[in-house]
Ligand binder design. Structure first.
Ligand SMILES: Cc1cc2nc3c(=O)[nH]c(=O)nc-3n(C[C@H](O)[C@H](O)[C@H](O)COP(=O)(O)OP(=O)(O)OC[C@H]3O[C@@H](n4cnc5c(N)ncnc54)[C@H](O)[C@@H]3O)c2cc1C
Length: 264
């Protein structure tokens, strides 16, 4: 039997104080990853600080040319949001393609990016759109947030409060989903941003990454034809029972071309 305390704060400040008191306390979002991990004894927190009762973490706001999504906002709410559909339809599509209905109605943006599963979809959007992650302590640029497999720049006890997505000129997400879990075997998010073309790849390696060689080609000429001779290198990509590195490299090329074709 796994013993742990269950705590239910109603503000971010209260949640931060609870997490600060116990070194092995962990925030609980929808529990889509954390609860199975506890059942499998892969995680054994001494306390769960349930963020479900913190209203300030939930919801979607438009502020100038940005869309701010609260950490506890469910994937289903992002998929259905009229504001997200209007301003960043690729983000709404991505959220609507995550897992199944149960996962989309329990899983959250904050839980997804804090977990940083190598095959998760949201990290690709956060990175390609050049978003900013806000926590109870600071703001972290997407380029510095995802640091490794299941690792992020978050410090112990730090709480993601929301993500600010700049509205891109255009963006598209293409994913080749695992038929069993619907996670990305490979997913590619392409965005035309004020800072140039950004391409983020998930599922292919141990951590989401920017495909800078592809970004350079697309900066010169934004078209699927410009990628015709692209041979994405398999070095360092994942090989597992779902597909080897060569297969994933091939998928990166195919999915990037599909995303770019959608936008051309
Ligand atoms: C069957 C299945 C299919 C899935 N398919 C996909 C898919 O296709 N694409 C995809 O992208 N994802 C997929 N997921 C992942 C899912 O979308 C969830 O986002 C993910 O499991 C995290 O769940 P959660 O938000 O409930 O967070 P939890 O499980 O509650 O928490 C996950 C981790 O994040 C930490 N955490 C949670 N919230 C915060 C916060 N605000 N600040 C700091 N740390 C926090 C927790 O302490 C824990 O370590 C799938 C999951 C399942 C179970």
């Amino acid at each position: 039997m796994l013993n742990f305390e269950y705590l239910r704060p109603s503000t971010v400040t209260e949640a931060g104080a609870m997490l600060g008191k116990m070194s092995e306390a962990r925030p609980l979002a929808g529990g889509m990853t954390l609860i199975p991990a506890m059942k499998l004894r892969l995680a054994a927190p001494t306390a769960l600080v349930d963020l479900a009762g913190v209203p300030e973490l939930n919801g979607i706001k438009v502020d100038g040319k940005t869309v701010i999504v609260g950490a506890m906002t469910k994937h289903a709410d992002v998929a259905a949001s009229a504001d997200v559909r209007r301003l960043i339809p690729a983000l709404a599509d991505l959220a609507g393609g995550i897992g199944d209905a149960q996962v989309r109605n329990k899983g959250t943006l904050g839980g997804s990016i804090a977990n940083n599963d190598p095959a998760a979809c949201y990290p690709a959007a956060v990175l390609a759109l050049g978003a900013t992650v806000t926590t109870n302590r600071r703001k972290i640029a997407a380029d510095s947030f995802f640091t490794g497999m299941f690792e992020t720049a978050l410090e112990p006890g730090e709480i993601v409060t929301g993500v600010t997505f700049p509205v891109p000129a255009a963006a598209a997400y293409e994913k080749f989903r695992s038929p069993a879990s619907r996670y990305a075997l490979v997913g590619v998010f392409v965005a035309k941003t004020t800072g140039g073309v950004r391409v983020a790849v998930t599922g292919a390696a141990t951590c989401v990454f920017r495909a800078s060689a592809i970004e350079s080609i697309l900066a010169e000429k934004f078209s699927a034809e410009a990628l015709a001779s692209l041979r994405f290198p398999a070095d360092g990509l994942n090989s597992d029972l779902h597909g080897d590195a060569q297969y994933r490299a091939q998928l990166v090329g195919v999915l990037t071309k599909r995303a770019v074709a959608k936008l051309s």
